[in-house]
Design a protein around this ligand. Structure first.
Ligand SMILES: Nc1ncnc2c1ncn2[C@@H]1O[C@H](COP(=O)(O)OP(=O)(O)O)[C@@H](O)[C@H]1O
Ligand SMILES: [Mg+2]
Length: 241
């Protein structure tokens, strides 16, 4: 099957004041694939997502959508089909589950479309349907994470950028969340980028992976090769063999 290039970060350098967070990073995401971004803390994983979204400005390099360079502006990216779920399960706690989902539909032209989109995500996340009138702040951590992902789906994106969806969740719930991510991918054939430090769970769903260290891509491989090899251990444990 021919892979269609969807989104690309080309030769990207990002500086936060005097701190160089990324240097010469190349990342490509094809239509419909699941890509993992892995690497130790501070490696630059979140910055890759922020650079793609225009939240972190590039001092060098560019962002390309379908091969066309664009100036990413955070508020326009949803309309361009790029949805972002930042780290930390950011739900509107005092609003209901339903109201949180409605907010995900702000780029849709009319309310009927929003309603339809909410019904569709309810079929993937029945627990959210059950709890639609509850305040989001009362949901469990795993349910809040599901809500942030469901909300991002309302705009019917081509690619979903997820920053550490497993953070702070128990292994059982992590497994559930990853199974749902696979389900979304299967049902909608959208591309998914997952930033993750929990290697085993992400490699079980991803098809391809990048490993970052100190702001650079140090490995790019199929998930299968990474599962079977020992390069990951070397990057994470910083040992040489
Ligand atoms: N807003 C910021 N201001 C200054 N430095 C930052 C900022 N955000 C991230 N950094 C630094 O950039 C580097 C990469 O950070 P980040 O992309 O968050 O890493 P990761 O997500 O892999 O843990 C780290 O050294 C971090 O301290
Ligand atoms: Mg991060």
């Amino acid at each position: 099957m021919k892979q269609e290039l969807l989104l690309e970060l080309r030769d990207a350098t990002v500086d936060y004041g005097g701190i160089r967070a990324l240097e010469g990073v190349n990342i490509r995401i094809d239509e419909g694939e699941i890509v993992a971004l892995m690497g130790p803390n501070g490696a630059g994983k979140s910055t890759v997502l922020k650079a793609l979204l225009g939240i972190a400005p590039l001092s060098k390099g560019g962002v390309y959508l379908h091969g066309q360079e664009l100036t990413p502006r955070a508020h326009e990216m949803v309309a361009r089909g790029i949805a972002y779920v930042p780290q930390g399960r950011q739900v509107f706690k005092s609003l209901t589950v339903f109201e949180n989902l409605e907010l995900g539909g702000y780029v849709l032209p009319n309310r009927a479309d929003v309603r339809g989109a909410i019904e569709e995500v309810f079929s993937i996340f029945p627990i959210l349907k059950e709890k639609r009138h509850e305040r989001a702040g009362l949901l469990s951590g795993g349910q809040q994470q599901m809500l942030t992902i469901a909300r991002a789906l309302i705009s019917d994106p081509r690619v979903l950028l997820l920053d550490e969806p497993s953070l702070g969740l128990s292994p059982k719930i992590v497994k559930e969340v990853f199974t749902l991510i696979q389900e979304i991918h299967r049902l909608r054939s959208i591309a998914v980028v997952i930033v993750e430090h929990s290697i085993a769970s992400v490699l079980s769903v991803a098809e391809r992976a990048y490993v970052l260290a100190y702001g650079k891509v140090v490995l790019e491989k199929s998930a299968e090769e990474l599962r079977d090899g020992d390069e990951l251990k070397r990057v994470f444990l910083r040992t040489k063999s």
